[in-house]
Design a protein around this ligand. Structure first.
Ligand code: SF4
Length: 524
């Protein structure tokens, strides 16, 4: 079966980092790990080609070659998903869809035309799909009915189908699911609260496969919460460390984890020694009442400032997500986030307005309270330019204006530079020793552009040189990373203008707010 895998387009988001990717000659940050995993689960005698539409267009010969089209994507990719399904159908090709969007909203209009809906986790539903194809069926819908597969049998993803040089980072996955219970989270709906992990040997085999294909850059462990199963994470980390040591530390790692990582010195040390350079934390807000409302109680157990400092001191850079628009939130939430980020120095702080994602506990509660202003098919997912998709407990304009102000304050060039500088002074120096590499021509070109823009052209120039010299003297091991993270503001600066423009446009088109909304909801 000649199978064409299509990964739909992403809109520009905070994490798309276009300007940075342009600097380093890459097209996209991360590859479609789900699709290459599906490819590994299908019969290996099938011929396969993969087109990531974020990398390039599909060419005529590929459409003509295909006998089956497989599409997967997230909620933010749904528009292009619909376009690609329609194009495949126009050409008379059978289409199978799967992935997070299809699984959470199988009846969504965007995927209506697909012949096969392969929902939930492929380890369970792909064998049903294969059987259907082999029987000659023309359509089908396959669900795991709540069953969660054991991932210890999941094969090595077909990384060979990817155009590796287009990506800044590769992805692998060790675990699925998270033990926590945050009200707005769709991860626990899709993957459950009992984290399931692969065996350490399985993950090492995936790393080796990437290494054999010539990969030598960063790897993102896309786990929902890498430390969801601490015991198994601690069994894996020493194996990664040895594998890295034997090869001169060819990979750097980033992942996502819950804030309680800061309570586990051993875990942080092990992660650092395996060369985990950054971790994304869902901090959400420094407001304890909002954390309690959203059932993110794990973030209220210990002071968040100290948690960030401890992870930083262990040589792991913290990236963090923040949300505004929780029920009962008091005025000034945006400012309190800016103050927190400034205090801790977190360089990349992602902000968004709260979104109720289909089928989450938040979605069901708001539906019961009659507060959703979108049905499932209109939900857009988490994007930094989306207004809340429900009636909040304070005026939506106040929330949106605070959000825009906070975003602009966080990425004001001087403020960003101050923050990154203070952060890297606190950052622990690497304890691992890798093989040193000469910079490539692309690295040198990117560095020259950043120095030209931030150190000569803009009014950040005196700060730039002062901080560079000081960093070289006070924490020289971190100078290179400091420069790389300074370069990230090339993207944030542009993204700041997009956020400002798009939110203001949406606010202008909103009907006047009923003055009673916030009061009524608070007393409901
Ligand atoms: S900690 Fe993160 S992944 Fe886990 S339930 Fe909360 S939001 Fe979801």
């Amino acid at each position: 079966m000649r199978t064409l895998f299509i990964y739909p387009l992403f809109p520009k988001t905070f994490w798309s980092y276009e300007k940075i990717l342009e600097l380093v000659n890459r097209k996209v940050l991360l590859p479609p790990l789900g699709l290459v995993t599906v490819a590994a689960l299908l019969p290996q005698e099938w011929d396969m080609k993969l087109v990531d539409r974020n990398v390039r267009e599909i060419i005529e010969e590929e459409w003509n070659w295909a006998e089956l089209v497989v599409i997967s994507g997230m909620i933010v990719q749904k528009d292009d998903m619909q376009i690609q399904i329609a194009e495949a159908k126009r050409r008379g090709l059978p289409v199978a869809v799967g992935g997070p969007y299809a699984s959470s909203t199988p009846d969504a209009p965007e995927i209506e035309q697909a012949d096969f809906k392969v929902l939930d986790e492929g380890e369970i539903t792909l064998p049903m799909f294969i059987e259907a194809i082999q029987r000659g069926d023309n359509s089908g819908r396959f669900s795991s009915e709540g069953e969660k597969p054991d991932v210890t049998a999941t094969p090595i993803p077909r990384f060979d189908l990817l155009q590796l040089d287009a990506y800044d980072s590769m992805s692998v996955q060790f675990s699925r699911g998270c033990p926590f219970n945050c009200e707005f989270c769709d991860i626990i709906v899709l993957y459950g609260r009992k984290p399931r992990t692969k065996n350490p040997e399985q993950l090492i085999a995936e790393l080796q496969s990437l290494y054999n294909l010539g990969w030598r850059r960063s790897i993102f462990l896309v786990d929902d919460n890498f430390i969801g199963n601490k015991r198994n994470a601690k069994l894996l980390l020493p194996q990664i460390k040895s594998w890295q040591e034997e090869r001169g530390y060819p990979f750097s790692f980033a992942t996502e984890a819950s804030v309680d990582l800061a309570d586990d010195e051993e875990m942080m040390r092990m992660m650092h020694e395996a060369r985990f350079e950054s971790v994304f934390l869902g901090i959400e807000t420094p407001d304890e009442a909002s954390l309690a409302t959203s059932r993110k109680l794990q973030n209220t157990r210990n002071p968040l400032d100290a948690a960030v400092d401890r992870i930083t001191a262990n040589g792991i850079r913290v990236m963090a997500g923040f949300i505004i628009g929780f029920d009962g939130e008091k005025d000034g939430a945006g400012r309190r986030i800016v103050d927190f980020v400034t205090r801790t120095g977190i360089p990349a702080a992602m902000m968004g307005m709260l979104q109720a994602l289909p089928n989450t506990a938040l979605w069901h509660r708001l539906e019961k309270e009659g507060r959703l202003i979108q049905d499932k098919s209109a939900a857009k997912g988490v994007n930094q330019t989306n207004l809340l998709n429900f009636k909040p407990t304070r005026p939506i304009r106040d929330i949106a204006n605070e959000y825009v102000d906070a975003f602009c304050a966080l990425y004001e060039p001087n403020a960003y530079m101050d923050r990154v500088y203070s952060y890297y002074l606190k950052m622990g120096a690497p304890r691992w020793k890798g093989t040193s590499k000469l910079p490539t021509w692309t690295d040198i070109k990117a560095l020259s552009i950043v120095v030209w823009r931030q150190g000569i052209k803009r009014d950040t120039r005196s700060r730039f040189w002062r901080y560079m010299l000081s960093m070289a003297r006070r924490n020289p091991a971190m100078l290179e990373q400091f420069l790389v993270v300074l370069a990230h503001n090339e993207h944030f600066l542009e993204y700041r203008a997009i956020v400002q423009r798009e939110i203001r446009e949406q606010l202008e088109s909103l009907p006047p707010e009923e003055p009673s909304t916030s009061r009524e909801l608070l007393t409901a």
